[in-house]
Design a protein around this ligand. Sequence first.
Ligand code: ADP
Ligand code: MG
Length: 422
Amino acid sequence: MTGKFEALSVETLPKRLGETTALSERIGKDASRWKVREVGDGNLNLVFIVEGDKGAAVVKQALPYVRLVGDSWPLPLKRSFFEYHALTRQERRAPGSVPAIYHFDETQALIVMEYLAPPHIILRRALIDGRELPKIARDIGLFMARTLFRGSDLSMVTRERKADLALFADNVELCDITENLVFSDPYFDAEMNRHTSPQLDGLVAELRADRDLKVEAQRLKHLFAANAETLLHGDLHSGSIMVTDSETRMIDPEFAFYGPIAFDVGMLLANFWMAFFSQRGHEEKGSRDSMRAYLLKVTAETWAVFRAEFSHLWRTERTGMLYQKSLFENQDDRLGAEQALDHMLSGIWTDLLGFAGIEVHRRILGLAHNADFETIADADLRARCEAKALRFGRHIAVNRRQIHGIDEVNTLAALIEQENRI
Ligand code: ADP
Ligand code: MG
């Protein structure tokens, strides 16, 4: 399929993709027998599931605007190009962690990929349902360490990394969304903001008047924009992960670009902490005490796995131009390499707390809320959960240099969760 971009529909898809052998060979050649459904519970793009006689696949197509909002908010088709290139790199760097890619059509801005069939579900949904998935901490920790280490100057040939940096630098519009929606809008009366009102009005006013918080948010924005350390997923939250009890896959890296390692890790952990604070709103069918304990354990384990794998790669795969072995191991100075690793991990730790705190705020105060809180129908109850998360976010963002371990953060989260004030 070539020619001018045209959005697919359930009706036109078989005719338009019937000749695409990467698809037809996989799901069945007789396109007239294909069954097509649109799933698209996402915000930005069209997602179809196509089933033929032999199998099924997913077709994801970008639109020249934001699906959720309509053509009043244009967004370039090239986000599909970045998603495709990010997926192929993630597959190379962390094999088996993303859906297999069957086909990419740049003009039509579409990706044909592996269908993650039920029982795969979106991780966020599983956490709202109170499911304690056994493998997520390990799988996600490994994914982050491998993609973030192997996409950086610790590993890559610097000429290749710079070429890749240039390629992804063009993902301007999606970066712009993050730059505004995550780092700025929550802290002033931006047009698209919303929050649970009037319950949170007082706290929102307090946060917007919080000079230390605003300064910290802008320092983090600066870091996000200026520290092109590695290829990020860029939108690594629990809605971008599909799971079963035995499998974990990351999807939807259309926000991919070169930024700080701590960004992906912070955003991900923030989503676990939000799941934690939202549990109180999902106790109709019974206590979520065990789920709360599980979620804190998952944050600690994810961070531990990330650190362990990052350290392992540091010791075994440090082939890039940074912290060369010629300066350390090759001079019999293994301690020097370990010292540098410690510095690096403690920098990532400090920054991830900042990114996590800001991510919590923007999900409660900005445009893109998350279902963990949104599905709590009782507004007073929802506001109580959100207020606790907001206070927690403020604390870890502003005090991030004084917080030294994840147990300290989780103890704080548990204390705030048990408070009884709005
Ligand atoms: P958007 O970029 O518009 O947010 P996503 O990539 O998040 O789109 O996909 C939207 C939804 O489509 C996901 O939440 C998921 O339910 C479904 N989906 C996406 N990719 C797959 C896949 N490979 N297999 C099964 N379902 C998928
Ligand atoms: Mg998306």
